[in-house]
Design a binder for this molecule. Sequence first.
Ligand code: KMH
Ligand code: ZN
Length: 282
Amino acid sequence: MTPGTLITLAPTGAESAKADVPALPVTVDEVVATARDCQAIGAAVIHLHVRGEDTRPTLDLGRCREVVQAVREATDLVVQISSGGAVTDPFDQRLAVLDVEPDAASLTLGTVNFGRDVFSNPWDLIVELHTQMQQRGIVPEYEVFDLGQLATLQRLLDKHGAPHGGRVHVDLVMGVPGGMPGTTQALAACLPLLPQGSTFAATGVGRTSLPVMLAALSAGGHLRVGMEDTLTYAPGEPVRDNAQLVARAAGLARIAQRPPLTTAEARAFLGIDNRTTVEAAP
Ligand code: KMH
Ligand code: ZN
């Protein structure tokens, strides 16, 4: 079991509108402020979905570079960009975000219903993301929304080799309407299917946030929290900000006697190169 807990902050996501959730960080300044606050209380990785000036999700490369650079200047967080984007994003743009040279990127292992939408991740896209990340020195986080996607991960590794850095790190994203439920039983069912030597985190969407966090810690797993996944802190109580969610995760990790990993420990754990600046946009 890893001695500490890797806490990933997912501050924004692509699903919620700023108009509906005023506390959602969407501007560069808001993202930087929440990143800084959350690093101070235990986050080591930031999973970034970028928003445009209009507050809507965007994969515009100039804007992505701006946000990545701003977070790097203000924090030591491992910058993991989302290659999942929003359900409407075309594959070529989802691949192109790797051009901003993040430390890491998410990589989803299969297509899943996403509420009334479909989050599309065919095999060829999975392979393209995996091999491009290998070539570019980007560390993937394998996002798994359903049990069968772990079989796809094994097939990917068998056919196309280990990721850059050597660490196979999986995030079980649980409780999405259309994916696996956010329960202890579902999490336990995933464990025997994790590739040998891999590590995992878990994310519980919505009201599954707390039970998934507790189940993950009890099984030696790591945590992803943030307003991408959770907007209600307790019944009837909206999340105040991302720091509130990271503080809860860090507190539970300490109670489990697996305190949050520092950003340096997280880089060593994930096999991430020391790269702290991004090239300016051409
Ligand atoms: N926004 C979801 C459709 C990822 O970041 O890689 C997909 C998602 C996964 O959030
Ligand atoms: Zn995401």
